[in-house]
Design a protein around this ligand. Structure first.
Ligand code: BGC
Length: 255
């Protein structure tokens, strides 16, 4: 007798960023996108209603009808946004889950973007099987953080905003700071080093996973870091937010 193999469990994730909104069906067995993702530029100004419209458009393009996970680049508690460091300030206090559910059939699980990326790395990428205190950092427009203790997420850490030499950490050490100020890799690595050193002294993690677009070029800057903590590049790169959001929706993780 042959045993028919079960169809893969699928989910749907949407990653909202300051410049683009991306979504796709996700194979939750493998942690991979099923086909090509859809990316639509974030409406400017990035106000709640136009953003909900784009998310609904993306979900509609896949004719997806189940639960979906949606990330937001700020603090997110029980569907409500609490901060907007790199988004329009009108987001603060918005019930994003309710707003999305009004235009999209099905239930929406919302969570912070870096928490989603971290969930994906822990399940399928550089954090697989890692115990202890694992810190995922995403270097992009800002710096996002996701903290795990023995694989369990501690949601909404905002380590991008720790004070380093009297500055907001992400203002000087994000990937956008490198581009904005035209820094060489070694100049930027010095800033990241200083940032990580400050973080390390108060948190003492066992592992730091560095993600965001710059993790594709990790060989240019990770070897220049002097942190005592082991630092490894993320493995899921651009898709981590989508994959993590889909997994969070399926497992009801996040806030
Ligand atoms: C926000 C975080 C977010 C990160 C990456 C920061 O400015 O405060 O919540 O995760 O940017 O988007």
């Amino acid at each position: 007798m042959t045993v028919a193999s079960l169809p893969p469990v699928q989910g749907f994730g949407v990653d909202i960023g300051g410049s683009g909104i991306k979504g796709c069906v996700v194979d939750l067995d493998k942690g991979e996108l099923v086909g090509d993702r859809v990316r639509i530029p974030t409406p400017q100004p990035a106000l709640p209603d136009p953003v909900y419209g784009v998310v609904a458009d993306i979900v509609g393009q896949f004719a997806w009808e189940g639960r979906i996970g949606v990330t937001y680049p700020g603090v997110m508690k029980h569907g409500v946004t609490f901060t907007a460091a790199n988004m329009d300030k009108s987001w603060i206090g918005t019930d994003m889950a309710k707003g999305l559910e009004a235009v999209i059939p099905g239930t929406v699980q919302t969570l912070n973007d870096a928490d989603a990326a971290g969930i994906a790395e822990m399940a399928y990428g550089a954090g697989q099987g890692e115990r202890g205190l694992v810190l995922m950092l995403t270097f992009g427009t800002g710096i996002g953080s996701a903290l795990f203790i023995d694989g369990t997420l501690v949601p909404n850490t905002e380590f991008g905003h720790i004070e380093v030499d009297s500055h907001d950490g992400e203002k000087r050490a994000s990937a956008s700071a490198r581009e904005r100020e035209d820094l060489s890799w070694s100049q930027w690595a010095k800033r990241v080093d200083r940032y990580l050193d400050t973080l390390e002294r108060s948190l003492w993690p066992d592992l730091i996973i560095v993600g965001g677009g710059v993790s594709k070029k990790s060989e240019k800057w990770v070897p220049l870091l002097s942190t005592r903590t082991r630092v490894v590049p993320a493995e899921l790169l651009n898709d981590a937010g989508i994959v993590g959001a889909a997994l969070a929706a399926e497992q009801h993780i996040g806030q």
